[in-house]
Design a protein around this ligand. Structure first.
Ligand code: SF4
Length: 482
């Protein structure tokens, strides 16, 4: 089976042409289907389609076939049901985050796409809509014949979000949006930081941890079950910070909620004054403290962004039903420039920006060479002028911790030279801070990098120190720098 699928990817260009040719002629059989009856034809056609497409393309019969836009490799074998590009967790050997023994389906999809279109034209970046789960198991061949393709037209914004943030006529809804506009207008460098919500209903320690960054950052990200570990909800924690006068970014993942729950949560967050929402797919449950939990992944991050933009710009739910009032939101997304498939990373970023993301936060950057390659491609497509690209920076206390992260956290790449430098240092912790500061200085010289996003688990004092040592901000008198 695998050999046949590899063959299909190698011959993606010829198969793609054949597929389009047959699809264009399929409606000619409509009369036959009408006389035999669609239900009877479907009973005959669906098992044949399942067998043939399963063997050649690893098809999962989602009922909304997009093989021609995913390099003739079905993406539905993906453990997170990603329909718009890979998640950030592809392993260094190309293995899947969810099923490490399996090659990431998006490596095949990208390879096939490049065979179909080596020039990488804009059709590559078109968004694939969220799946209509009612169609699972249905024949798409029959849909092509009867031209009854896909249940209903998808509600929501029809065209890409194209306005440049600096040119946006409307008033900024948050301090982070103002900071992003200031970067676009004057190249003022943005600083954000990430903290995990507490394992407690007491909001006070969270507020105190956040207050360490007073005057040092433009916003504080509140993670949403990061690493698939349970904590206070990001919506609640972001609301706590908002009430305390601190600017949060509420992370909203697709792993734990379907499209009904996630829209309700974002509306609730907006009601509590939260404006910045970072859309992400989320780590698989196998990475966290509840590996027995059922992952949801009803949407991917691109479709989540599209739905939230529809709520904000058109005052409609994903169903098309009108809202009484649109939420005021500033939308962002994540990117991981440090793991394969690299060409697809930029296409995926463009889909997110088209879907409404106006700030992008990346995975940890320990490899400046890979980031420079990524930014070159980002600049070539003008994406840095449509969204603020904020690069993830962090530090770990020892070479052992760095190696553990590189080996156990899918999607994090740590070059051996960095680990060796920390290992050889007399004070590994201080050396780690120096590496982070040097990384920030280097990032400031890369055209298109709009800021840095500091990450480090319960390491607020060190992160505050890095911001000051890197010369990004001057601490206010009352800010404690350990
Ligand atoms: S690595 Fe991520 S994108 Fe690739 S198949 Fe696995 S879950 Fe899907």
């Amino acid at each position: 089976m695998r050999a046949l699928r590899n063959w299909s990817v190698r011959h993606a260009s010829a198969l793609w042409r054949l597929y389009r040719h047959l699809a264009a002629r399929a409606p000619a059989l409509h009369g036959v289907v009408r006389s035999v009856g669609a239900a009877r034809v479907e009973r005959l056609l669906a098992p044949v389609e399942r067998q043939l497409k399963g063997a050649f393309f690893d098809c999962r019969m989602c009922g909304d076939c997009r093989l021609s836009s995913t390099g003739m490799a079905c993406p539905m074998g993906c453990g997170k049901q990603m329909r718009n590009g890979p998640c950030g967790g592809v392993r260094a050997d190309g293995g899947c985050e969810v099923h490490p023994e399996m090659r990431c389906v998006w490596l095949d999809a990208t390879e096939g796409d490049l065979r179909i279109d080596p020039k990488h034209t804009p059709t590559w970046t078109q968004r694939v809509p969220a799946l209509d789960w009612r169609l699972q198991g249905r024949s798409t061949w029959l849909q092509a014949i009867t031209v009854s393709r896909r249940a209903e037209p998808e509600p929501g914004p029809g065209s890409p979000a194209s306005a440049a943030p600096a040119a946006a006529a409307q008033e900024a809804v948050s301090a982070l949006e103002r900071a992003c506009r200031a970067w676009h207008a004057q190249r003022r460098f943005i600083v954000t930081v990430e903290i995990a919500p507490p394992d407690s209903p007491d909001p006070q320690p969270l507020i105190e941890r956040a207050r360490r960054f007073h005057g040092l950052v433009d916003a504080i990200n509140i993670t949403d079950g990061a690493g698939a570990n349970c904590h206070m909800s990001s919506v609640a924690a972001a609301s706590v910070l908002t009430a305390a006068g601190i600017e949060p970014v509420c992370q909203v993942g697709c792993r734990d909620r379907n499209r009904i729950a996630v829209q309700g949560d974002v509306l609730g967050a907006a009601a509590l004054g939260v404006r910045n929402v970072l859309c992400l797919t989320g780590d698989d449950v196998s990475q966290g403290d509840h590996p027995q939990a059922k992952p949801v992944f009803d949407l991917d991050a691109v479709n989540l962004l599209h739905i939230l933009r529809g709520m904000r710009d058109e005052a409609r739910y994903a169903s098309g039903r009108p809202l009484e009032q649109a939420p005021r939101l500033f939308l962002g997304a994540t990117a991981n420039p440090f793991v394969a498939p690299f060409a697809e990373r930029v296409a995926n970023l463009e889909r997110k920006i088209d879907a409404g993301a106006r700030f992008i936060q990346t995975q940890f950057c320990f490899d400046l060479g890979l980031l420079e390659d990524f930014m070159r491609a980002v600049r070539a497509r003008g994406l840095h002028e449509r969204a603020a690209v904020i690069v993830g920076v962090g530090t770990l206390p020892s070479a052992k911790a760095l190696r553990w992260m590189a080996d156990h956290v899918p999607g994090v790449r740590v070059p051996e030279a960095v680990t060796e430098r920390i290992a050889a240092a007399a004070d590994p912790r201080a050396e780690g801070v120096r590496v982070a500061v040097e990384t920030i200085h280097a990032l400031r010289r890369i055209e298109g990098v709009a800021g840095v996003h500091l990450m480090g688990h319960r390491n607020e004092a060190t992160l505050a120190r890095i911001i000051v040592d890197a010369g990004l901000r001057t601490p206010r008198v009352e800010t404690e720098i350990a």
